[in-house]
Design a protein around this ligand. Structure first.
Ligand SMILES: Nc1ncnc2c1ncn2[C@@H]1O[C@H](COP(=O)(O)OP(=O)(O)OP(=O)(O)O)[C@@H](O)[C@H]1O
Length: 351
């Protein structure tokens, strides 16, 4: 399969009016004193008044559709400080989660699912757990075949879109990097299995990333993770698909399963409206246009590590047999509660 990235910008004209003189997909750039008729062509260009739903439909929706077919996916937002990255990602999260849970309900007759959510911040090359309090126990290790394994973080089982959104809302209050100085990664892991069949459980991941600002008002120290992310996009845009330098930063190590040509990818670039930002906007457009050269070849992911749905099924069987053999009322009530909690977590589970 050959897919093209979405490179999306909010654009303005010389009078700081968003979008009004910009053709749908081409942005002429003035550089210094010299008018340089550089044009960039993108898959979609949105004016600032575009709704979150329109931006989602035109960008992340296709990545979510691929994710629901079983592919890993990455949606990320790149741009200078105060250009609307966090606002865009927040709105995209709502639509992503709604679509995932609509899909789960539509497949209630045949499929059961476990959906888990991790929300992490990468700040100065440290990882912060934004859902739980497990930052100290998070580790990234490499297995024998070069896969980075992220462990020790909270991976919360999610019961509904609203449940996920309240976890994200609470997580946002814990973010320590202000003014675009950190990256946030929302990782949705979906395990699915066909009901009443012995077919294997499939695991896919979707990462939604609010990258640190590409340019800030104060001169920032170079962000190692953003640099490494840009480097991998550069390599992919030159159609290099092996020996990608994931080890260069914490962000790229975490994103290894989704920042790859075998996963679906949607890149959203945001530009600030002021004419003073035109230099930064030009840099962003150059990045977006480089990223547009990336070609993807989707393939179903191979999961490394344990499958939680299998662990839950074993646990459920053990609880059911303990309830069967228990003759203490107190114990039976406790077991009943534990069984009910576990049945809630495995979505669409048949009674
Ligand atoms: N399309 C838009 N129209 C109007 N205002 C917007 C738009 N996008 C963002 N804003 C406003 O601009 C401000 C900055 O937005 P946001 O925090 O999303 O930017 P950011 O790129 O994540 O910034 P930083 O990198 O500094 O964290 C916010 O007050 C937001 O409400």
């Amino acid at each position: 399969m050959d897919l093209v990235l979405y490179a999306i910008v909010y654009v303005c004209d010389e009078e700081n009016r968003f979008g009004s003189r910009i053709s749908q997909q081409i942005f002429p750039v003035t550089e210094g004193k010299h008018e340089k008729n550089t044009s960039y062509t993108f898959d979609k260009v949105f004016p600032p008044e575009a709704t979150g739903g329109q931006v989602y439909e035109g960008t992340a929706r296709s990545v979510v559709e691929d994710f629901l077919l079983g592919y890993n996916g990455l949606v990320c937002c790149y741009g200078q400080s105060q250009s609307g990255k966090s606002l865009t990602i927040a709105s995209i999260c709502i639509h992503v989660l709604q679509d995932i849970f609509v899909h789960i309900r539509q497949h209630a007759a045949t499929m059961q699912y476990l959906v888990r959510l991790a929300y992490l911040e990468v700040h100065n090359e440290s990882i912060i757990d934004l859902v739980g309090n497990k930052s100290a126990s998070i580790s990234l290790t490499m297995d024998l075949i070069g896969n980075f394994i992220l462990q020790g973080h909270t991976n919360e089982p999610i019961l509904s879109a609203d449940h996920a959104l309240s976890c994200i809302e609470a997580g946002r209050t814990k973010i320590i990097g202000k003014n675009g100085t950190s990256h946030t990664i929302l990782r949705i892991t979906m395990e699915r299995e066909r009901k009443n069949s012995n077919s294997p459980i499939h695991v896919a991941m979707l990462d939604i990333v609010d990258l640190a600002a590409s340019h800030r008002v104060t001169v920032p120290p170079i962000d190692k993770s953003l640099l490494a992310f840009g480097h991998i996009i550069w390599q992919l845009s030159h159609h290099r698909t092996t020996a990608l330098p994931y080890h260069d930063s914490i962000l790229t190590q975490i994103l290894q399963p989704t920042l790859t040509p075998s996963a679906s990818l949607g890149l959203i670039c945001t530009a600030a409206p002021s004419i003073e930002s035109v230099g930064e906007t030009h840099q962003t457009l150059k990045f977006a246009s480089r990223a547009k050269r990336v070609r993807l070849e989707l393939s179903l992911p191979v999961h490394h590590g344990s499958i939680q749905l299998e662990i839950y099924h074993r646990h459920l069987d053990a609880l059911l047999s303990q309830r069967h053999s228990s003759d203490s009322i107190d114990n039976q009530i406790k077991l009943e509660l534990a069984i009910r909690n576990l049945r809630q977590v495995i979505l669409n589970l048949s009674e």
